[in-house]
Design a protein around this ligand. Structure first.
Ligand code: PHE
Length: 503
């Protein structure tokens, strides 16, 4: 076997292209494809590799092509306005007014008249036109005729001739007479290194693939195998994968489960009772307004235990046995029956309390909530919340802060602060904020607090209930450095494929 050392092994396609170029010196991609007997995309691939190796260079040139526009086509049928003018004068129409009537618009007439006068074909005296010379074939007319016959004409043929070039300029200045299109052309040629590489191509054909035929025929004994470049760049393969938000939801689930919580779930459509009333939110609270909440047609029939409803009503009206004075208004059941797209997942945790009346519990839920807000870089109409409660005789606000600190820590968020705020259903109430390194600022995350007796006692829950809840998308944005929340749902493939780790 003959040993020809190649610094960079060449693919069969590359060899074919190199050989053609060695022969023809320079070629367009289509020509290469014809000469080498390869498909255009094979040529394109080979050209890309060869270019990366420095064996060929690509020269891009732009060619201009011309074709007829709509007015140009009209001018072929009816002749150019200036030619029409001359013909009319020849026929004996001499009065300016009369001539003007024969044109479509004042502008067209004025232009034709101006041109005919400037070129010395006519003279105007006292409103009458006199013919001085009748022009023979105009370059504009010749160009239009060429375009009519040939459809497309190369710029070169029009600008190499001085008269035609002037005609072209004249036609280009008139809207819609001719169309101009630029086409890019790539020509390929060998570089010095490429010419060297051609010399290394072995004369006899190499074996491209190890097939049963290669074995059986024994050609492998006498012929070389094509070396394979194991370092050649390969096209990336994008495997199917889950959406980054879904991956994050799963991560949050795992964290809560590892902290001893159990997942609960519930419907997206809730009666106001669970979304608001059970949470001691007064029936005239601004959050219940149409502009904040999506109401659904119809009403809930059997949405809660009758006794529970009575106690919630009494709590709203005068505080019932909770030690509170309530809101002091007449509670209306119609309002509680109305259906809403849940505005927070607290509707799920409070319903869990009512249905299980636990002495101890640790549950969480992750799900969509809906708010009638304008969509902006920081607000969505439909977004995820993470929510949880912990019930137990000994639990205090410190435990709640500890719990949230733990949760954030597991998401690699170490700097957490809490500050006081207000929710109708918790006392005390707090807001947790986390330091976001990338933006150098504190970001509000979950709201939290201890459910008020007005929330827990009507359902017979006596132990303290620590509760928290907040948006999930913000956490996802912090994780991936996304600045516009809409990006998360824009389904831009480059982001979905590239900016999050594959899992
Ligand atoms: N429901 C509140 C919100 O949507 C968060 C919260 C949950 C606050 C539980 C206190 C207790 O912002």
């Amino acid at each position: 076997m003959r040993e020809v050392r190649q610094k960079q092994p060449l693919h069969l396609l590359e060899k074919k292209v190199l050989k053609v170029l060695d022969r023809v010196k320079e070629a367009k991609l289509e020509e290469l494809s014809r000469e080498a007997g390869l498909a255009e995309d094979q040529i394109r691939r080979a050209a890309e590799w060869l270019k990366a190796k420095g064996f060929i260079e690509l020269n891009t040139t732009t060619r201009k092509l011309f074709a007829l526009g709509s007015r140009g086509r009209e001018a072929i049928e009816n002749r150019l306005p200036e030619r029409r003018l001359i013909n009319l004068v020849k026929e004996g129409v001499r009065e300016l007014k009369e001539l003007a009537n024969r044109f479509r618009g004042g502008q067209e007439f004025a232009a034709a008249l101006g041109r005919a006068r400037r070129r010395g074909w006519i003279r105007i005296t006292e409103g009458r036109v006199e013919l001085l010379v009748e022009p023979t074939s105009l370059p504009e007319e010749r160009i239009l005729e060429m375009l009519r016959k040939e459809h497309v004409v190369e710029e070169g043929r029009l600008i190499n001739d001085k008269t035609l070039h002037d005609g072209l300029k004249e036609l280009l200045a008139r809207p819609d007479y001719i169309l101009c299109k630029s086409v890019k052309e790539i020509r390929v040629s060998l570089t010095e290194a490429g010419r060297e590489a051609v010399k290394t191509i072995p004369l006899e054909e190499e074996i491209e693939a190890l097939t049963p035929e290669v074995f059986a025929s024994g050609v492998w004994r006498s012929r070389r195998f094509r070396p394979i470049d194991v370092e050649a760049p390969a096209p990336p393969i994008y495997a199917g994968r889950r959406h980054p938000v879904q991956l994050f939801v799963d991560e949050v689930r795992e964290i809560f489960i590892s902290m001893g919580f159990e997942e609960i779930d519930g419907p997206l459509i809730q009666p106001c009772f669970w979304n608001f009333d059970a949470l001691f939110t007064p029936q005239d609270h601004p959050a219940r307004e149409m502009q904040d909440t999506f109401y659904i047609k119809g009403e809930a029939a059997d949405y809660a235990n009758k006794e529970d409803i009575k106690r919630v009503a009494a709590t709203h009206e005068y505080g019932w046995k909770t030690g509170s004075r309530g809101w002091g208004y007449k509670w209306k059941e119609e309002e509680a029956r109305r259906l809403v797209l849940r505005t927070h997942t607290t509707s799920i945790t409070v319903r869990y309390l009512a249905e299980h009346r636990p002495k101890e519990a640790r549950v969480f839920t992750v799900g969509k909530v809906f708010r009638n807000e304008k969509v902006t870089f920081k607000n969505l109409v439909e977004f995820y919340q993470i929510e949880g409660i912990a019930v137990g005789a000994e639990l205090t606000l410190r435990d709640l802060m500890g719990l949230l600190t733990q949760f954030y820590k597991r998401l690699d968020m170490e700097r957490v602060k809490f500050w006081p705020t207000f929710f109708p259903y918790t006392e005390p109430s707090m807001q947790s904020v986390v330091y976001y390194d990338k933006a150098g600022k504190w970001i509000e995350l979950c709201g939290m607090g201890i459910f008020r007796p007005e929330v827990t006692l009507p359902f017979g829950v006596r132990n303290p209930v620590l509760a928290w809840g907040g948006g999930l998308e913000r956490l996802v944005m912090m994780r991936y450095g996304v600045e516009d929340v809409r990006e998360l749902y824009a389904n831009r493939l480059s982001w979905l494929r590239g900016s999050t780790p594959c899992q």
